[in-house]
Design a protein around this ligand. Structure first.
Ligand code: ZN
Length: 253
């Protein structure tokens, strides 16, 4: 008998919509910080030439009314997500996003496997850090600059396509990065930003300060959440909003 390989149901497991391939769903019980485990569904999306995204969802996000479901976009960070590096806040943000989604009982996390180091790729991410540390750069953005890399190469066009495929036209985006908000809005998705406030520690402090001061991230840290009401250039922020509560910025009004 000829071996034709495994039989894949085109109806259930693999669907191709134009150039977007969707594989799944797979259901897996997952740990959730501070809560009982929850069963999330997973769906792998592949877009040419070789961009891979895992959607991790709970419930039916597309049915959430009002401002839409909680959505988190997570760029791959091998050091933090796999090996537990405490240098950045990627791992803590992933866990917080999972917990927020679990608390609501519905939501979506899209993991961008090929967006290491703000889109420079895994090899270059290693290269930038290794060379930056060798040269004694205190800030990794200085290493990016000196090695000729832009600060950010990421595009969110694929993510917008995936959200469209999942019938999500509006969402409450868990992010401190205004560029992500703008990118999804320019793709026609209505976005309400929800901050992800990670506790500053001596180990992640320099990374968080770089994100805030050099990359424009809106990070309401403990020290400036007490009395501050304004941050950046004219963006009104309800500083002091805690993770999970939407905050509004004047420029989205
Ligand atoms: Zn990281």
């Amino acid at each position: 008998m000829a071996d034709d390989g495994p039989v894949i149901s085109e109806v259930v497991t693999v669907r191709t919509f134009g150039e977007l391939e969707s594989v799944g769903p797979v259901h897996l019980p997952c740990s959730v910080e501070g809560m009982a485990p929850a069963e999330f569904w997973f769906r792998l999306f592949i877009l040419p030439p070789q961009a891979r995204y895992t959607a991790m969802g709970l419930g039916m996000p597309e049915t959430v009314e009002g401002e839409g479901p909680l959505v988190r976009i997570s760029s791959a960070c091998v050091w933090s997500h796999i090996f537990g590096s405490l240098h950045c806040d990627c791992g803590a943000q992933l866990e917080m996003a999972k917990a927020e989604i679990a608390r609501e009982g519905a939501g979506l996390l899209i993991y961008c496997h090929d967006q290491h180091g703000k889109g420079i790729g895994l090899r270059n991410h290693f290269l930038v850090y290794a060379e930056g540390q060798r040269r004694g750069h205190e800030l990794v953005v200085d290493a990016y600059e000196q090695l000729g890399f832009k600060e950010d190469y990421r595009s969110y066009d694929d993510v917008a396509r995936i959200l469209g495929h999942l019938r999500i036209g509006r969402c409450r985006l868990l992010t401190n990065n205004p560029a992500r908000v703008r990118a999804l809005e320019s793709s026609g998705i209505a976005v309400t930003r929800v901050p992800l406030v990670v506790k500053m520690t001596p180990l992640n402090e320099s990374e968080l300060r770089v994100k805030k001061a050099r990359l424009g991230h809106l990070i309401e840290t403990l020290e400036d959440s007490e009395g501050a009401t304004r941050q950046g250039t004219g963006s009104e922020i309800e500083v002091g909003a805690k993770c999970g509560q939407p905050i509004r910025e004047a420029r989205h009004a």
